[in-house]
Design a protein around this ligand. Structure first.
Ligand SMILES: [Ca+2]
Length: 440
C-alpha cells in the first residue's frame, strides 16, 4: 500500500513537528513503523516525482522534469525549457505497477495521476483498476460533486455512499472498498490524494475545529489544517479496513509526499521552517518531505532513520520486499536503491554518497533553472541563468543561510564536477537561451 499526499510539507505532520495540524493516525503509523528525517522527493513539483516513483529513475534520465504541462517562464526569461522535455509517462518504461502485476499482484490506482493524457493513464501503465487517475494536477473543487470531476470515474461505492463526500473522504472510501474487494488476493494499491494541493478547501467540521484552536508559530491556516487532518483520517480509515480484512500482519504501508509544502503563494498555505523555501524551489523546503514506512514484523516500532533517501528508492525496495523480479532491462537503469536493509535496521549503511536533482525550468512559485547535488552533508546548487552556485552544510545549517561557495572552493569545485558528470551520464536536458531575451 503506497500512499502519496500532494504538496505535503516536511513539518506538516504532528510526528514531524507541526505546531497546529493534528495527525494522530499518521503519528500512530510512525509509532508502529519507521520515520525518515531526510527523505527527499525527486523534484520540487508534482509530475517528475510521480514519474520517479513509477520508474525508479531520476527525472533527468526520463526527461520528465517539470509538472505537466509546465510553464514557459517569464517573457523576458534568459532561458527556456529544453525543447522536447517529456510530458507523459512513456510506455517504454516498466512501471512498478507493471512489474508487480507481472509478479501476481492486483494493481489499484486511486486518486491523482498527473502523468499524461488519455493513452498514458494508470490503466495504460500497469494498473488493473483506475479510479480518478487522469491528466490534471489539481481538482477544480474538493467539495462534492467536485465541479463534475468525478463524472467518468469508475467507483465501488453506491450513489448514496458517494453523495456529499469531501474529495479526500471519497478517495478513502474507494480505497477501503477495494481493500475489501481484494479478498485476500495480494495487491499493490497506489492511493494518491489530491490533498493538500490547491485549491485550499477543507471539510467544514474540521475547518470549524481549527478556527477554535490557537494557531501555531509556523502553521496558522485553519483550512489547510483541515485538509491535512482529512488526509490523516483517510489513512486511519484505510488502515482500519486493512485490519478488518485480516491482512494487517502482512501489508506494508508507505506514506510520503511528492514535493515540499506550498509556501506563501496567494496567501498563506503552510510553512516549512526551519527549512528554506517551498514547493517549486531548490532549497530543502521544496524537496524534503515526510516518509513513514510500516513493514509489520520488520520495521522497529517508533524507529527513526536519518539516512538521506529519495523517491526512486521505493521501486527497488518494493521489488525486493515482494520478491518480484521486475524487468532486468529496465532495472539496470533504475537510479534508486533498495531500502530493505535500512527498514530492518535504521542505522544500516546505504552505500550511497550522492543524490541529484535537475530542474531546467521556471515556475510561477519563483523557481528558476537549477541542478543540485547532495554529497554527505554538503549540498551544492548551480543556477543556469548566471552559473552562480550555492554551497551549504546541512548538518550545521539546515535553513541554508550560509553560502560556503567562496570559503570552501575545493569542495564546491569537486561537487560541481560530480554534478556535471552525473547530468551527462543520465543524458539530462539543459535549458536553452531565449532568443527574445533582452538584457535589462
Ligand atoms: Ca505536488
Amino acid at each position: 500500500m503506497f500512499i502519496l499526499a500532494d504538496d505535503l510539507g516536511w513539518t506538516d505532520l504532528g510526528c514531524y513537528g507541526s505546531d497546529y495540524y493534528q495527525t494522530p493516525n499518521l503519528d500512530r503509523l510512525a509509532a508502529d513503523g519507521m520515520r525518515f528525517t531526510q527523505n527527499y522527493s525527486a523534484c520540487n513539483a508534482c509530475s517528475p516525482t510521480r514519474s520517479a516513483l513509477m520508474t525508479g529513475m531520476y527525472p533527468a534520465r526520463t526527461h520528465l522534469t517539470d509538472w505537466i504541462p509546465g510553464w514557459k517562464g517569464p517573457r523576458n526569461a534568459k532561458l527556456l525549457p529544453p525543447p522536447g522535455w517529456t510530458q507523459r509517462l512513456e510506455h517504454r518504461h516498466t512501471t512498478i505497477a507493471e512489474a508487480l502485476r507481472d509478479g501476481g499482484y492486483a494493481t489499484y490506482h486511486i486518486g491523482k495521476w498527473h502523468l499524461g493524457k488519455p493513452g498514458w493513464y494508470p490503466e495504460d501503465s500497469g494498473f488493473d483498476v483506475n479510479i480518478a487517475g487522469a491528466a490534471r494536477g489539481s481538482p477544480p473543487s474538493y467539495h462534492y460533486p467536485y465541479k463534475g470531476l468525478a463524472e467518468r470515474w469508475h467507483s465501488h461505492l453506491t450513489e448514496t455512499e458517494r453523495k456529499d463526500l469531501y474529495l479526500t473522504d471519497r478517495l478513502a472510501g474507494e480505497a477501503a472498498a477495494l481493500v475489501e474487494k481484494a479478498k485476500g488476493r495480494p495487491f499493490f494499491m497506489y492511493l494518491s490524494f489530491h490533498a493538500v494541493h490547491t485549491p485550499i478547501q477543507g471539510r467544514s467540521d474540521l475547518v470549524a475545529k481549527y478556527k477554535q484552536l490557537p494557531p501555531g508559530k509556523h502553521h496558522k491556516n485553519a483550512v489547510y489544517a483541515a485538509m491535512v487532518e482529512a488526509v490523516d483520517e483517510a489513512v486511519g480509515r484505510v488502515r482500519t479496513q486493512i485490519e478488518k480484512a485480516g491482512i494487517a500482519g502482512h501489508t506494508l504501508i508507505v506514506f510520503t509526499s511528492d514535493n515540499g509544502g506550498l509556501f506563501r503563494q496567494r496567501g498563506y498555505a503552510t510553512g516549512n521552517a526551519p527549512l528554506r523555501g517551498g514547493k517549486g524551489q531548490q532549497w530543502e523546503g521544496g524537496i524534503r518531505v515526510p516518509a513513514i514506512v510500516h513493514w509489520p514484523g520488520v520495521t522497529k516500532p517508533g524507529s527513526v532513520c536519518n539516512e538521506p533517501i529519495i523517491t526512486m528508492d521505493f521501486y527497488p525496495t518494493l521489488l525486493e520486499i515482494t520478491g518480484v523480479p521486475g524487468n532486468p532491462e529496465h532495472s539496470a537503469n533504475v537510479d534508486g536503491l533498495s531500502l530493505v536493509n535500512l527498514l530492518k535496521d535504521a542505522d544500516a549503511p546505504l552505500k550511497r554518497d550522492t543524490l541529484y536533482w535537475h530542474y531546467p525550468h521556471y515556475n510561477v512559485i519563483r523557481g528558476i533553472p537549477h541542478s543540485i547535488i547532495r554529497a554527505g552533508n554538503y549540498k551544492l546548487i548551480t543556477y543556469y541563468e548566471d552559473d552562480h552556485i550555492e554551497l551549504y552544510n546541512l548538518a550545521e545549517d539546515i535553513g541554508e543561510q550560509r553560502n560556503l561557495a567562496e570559503s570552501h572552493p575545493l569542495i564546491a569545485k569537486r561537487l560541481h564536477t560530480q554534478l556535471r558528470d552525473h547530468l551527462e551520464k543520465v543524458g539530462a536536458q539543459m535549458p536553452v537561451p531565449n532568443p527574445h531575451h533582452t538584457p535589462r
